[in-house]
Write a protein that binds this ligand. Sequence first.
Ligand code: C2E
Ligand code: MG
Ligand code: MG
Length: 462
Amino acid sequence: MTEYLVFDEENNIHGIEGIVRNITEHSVTKKRISSMLYSDTLTGISNRLHLETLMEKLIVDNYKKNNTFSMLFLDLDHFKHINDTLGHDVGDILLQEVAENISNSIRQEDIFARIGGDEFVIIFKDMKEEQLVMTVEKLMKVIHNLRTINEYKLRVTASIGIVMYPQDGKSTVDLMKSADIAMYESKKRGRNTYTFFQNKHSDSLQNELQMMQDMSLSVDNNEFELHYQPKVLVKGNQVIAAEALVRWEHPTLGHISPKEFIPLAENTGLILKLGRWVVKEVCKFISSFNVLSNNQKMNISINISIRQFQQENLYEVLKENIAKYGIDGSQISLEITESIMMENFDEMVEKLNKIKTLGVYISLDDFGTGYSTLSYLSKLSIDELKIDKAFVDEIPINGDSTIVLDTIIAMGKTLNMSVVAEGVEHEYQRQYLEDKGCDIYQGYLFSKPLMEDAYVDAYVVD
Ligand code: C2E
Ligand code: MG
Ligand code: MG
């Protein structure tokens, strides 16, 4: 039986041809039906069906009258992380509060809907761009409000994509697609920001799609390469280890940075194949370096991304390659980020401890940019803390102190970890690190990442 939705002036459902008779027999009011069909049960605002219905109607109306409207697509940042670590009940209350705060900050006539887990859409009719920007900035502030939920003090941010009808899409589907692309652009730009859709965003998405398709073949065709960046003692500049960093020379797009393709590889799952390739290549390199250097036993670190850590049996992959290439587990370090540990903490600790039985070292990369708390850190058997470049950049040239960096160095030492500073580019930064007792550094000041041959030429001591 075909069913049609029929609407009245307030966009309430008026009836469903075909089943409406049956419903009336059960004396359920039309209003109740419309609210059941159209509202999001968690927040009470419109749901996706309602939004799409209202958009269709707007498009038909505006098409007739030649008016425009703008649409915001909001996605909360790191919401999954909050859900996973603090529980779904906290996540649910957070969504309700965010929805309520947004509702209170927009006009009665604006359309507001929740269309997925942490995704919201707002439609503004007849709003000039200047006012739109002011409204978006106000919304970002409201979303960032400090909230206390079940005794947790929480702040969230959102990534926002903005589209205009009709230039960014003439149909509901096209508008949603453009809004999604613009929102994704905000995520790429570091989150907590808004982006107006531009055609070039979909061009860059096209490029990304091409990259994703090519990546698998590129691993087989050896288009990836590893470069090695020395880790150096802050006192005396002696090279004590190195980090393997992957490079991709794409046949038509040229050099692509890992910052671009690693997140894509994570999304497509290709990171597993690429990651296994990196482990194999590093073990092979360590083995040949051992021979060339008369068993100097250099330690090489491998970056491990979140999906790899969660889904791959890293223990098996490492064990197999360590045996195959006849090297010591202690010649490998794994660089993981804080976000890896925060998802399913107990399960991650178990995985980490199993990997450590191979003798492999664990290093916490980009430290200071995530959410680690002291209590979490002390429960992990981490050997090394890598301080993110952002903190090194804050070292003042005049020798004044920078409290955050000093605190991280002191904390790492208290927890018995070796402390590595990343991205050191200037001698005054190195000097500062020496004064504060930081052990190791990496950075262009000493050396950029080098191709395998160049690394061997430079650091094999005859
Ligand atoms: P990361 O692990 O934090 O690596 C440090 C990045 O900083 C590298 O960028 C390195 O080339 C760069 N760098 C080092 N010293 C300096 C400096 O003095 N100044 C500046 N401006 N930059 C410096 P790269 O090679 O582009 O890698 C970016 C990120 O991509 C890495 O950050 C890592 O998270 C990821 N990555 C690289 N290789 C792999 C890999 O094999 N597997 C995975 N999963 N991720 C990788
Ligand atoms: Mg790293
Ligand atoms: Mg890093």
